[in-house]
Design a protein around this ligand. Structure first.
Ligand code: ZN
Length: 85
């Protein structure tokens, strides 16, 4: 059985996939606990980002694109490091 990558699951989640592929992915998720776990992780990342944004709001950090991008790339590195282990 071929498993879905994080990127593929992310595309499925964002509906950035054609109908047939999405259907296949949906069926796969129903039968595969491994890929369901990956999907949960992706949702967890989203929750983490939302939490971080909320914290920034609480700190009253001025919206600054450079800061935001720096934070995003830091998180991206962390997530990549985590998933490569
Ligand atoms: Zn799978």
């Amino acid at each position: 059985m071929k498993h879905y990558t994080r990127e593929e699951l992310d595309r499925y989640r964002n509906k950035d996939m054609n109908f047939i592929l999405r259907l296949m992915c949906r069926v796969h998720l129903c039968v595969c606990p491994l890929c369901r776990r990956q999907m949960t992780d992706l949702q967890h990342d989203d929750a983490l980002l939302t939490k971080l944004k909320d914290s920034l709001n609480m700190l009253k950090v001025e919206p600054n694109v450079a800061t935001y991008q720096k934070i995003c790339s830091t998180i991206h590195d962390l997530v990549n490091k985590e998933s490569s282990e």
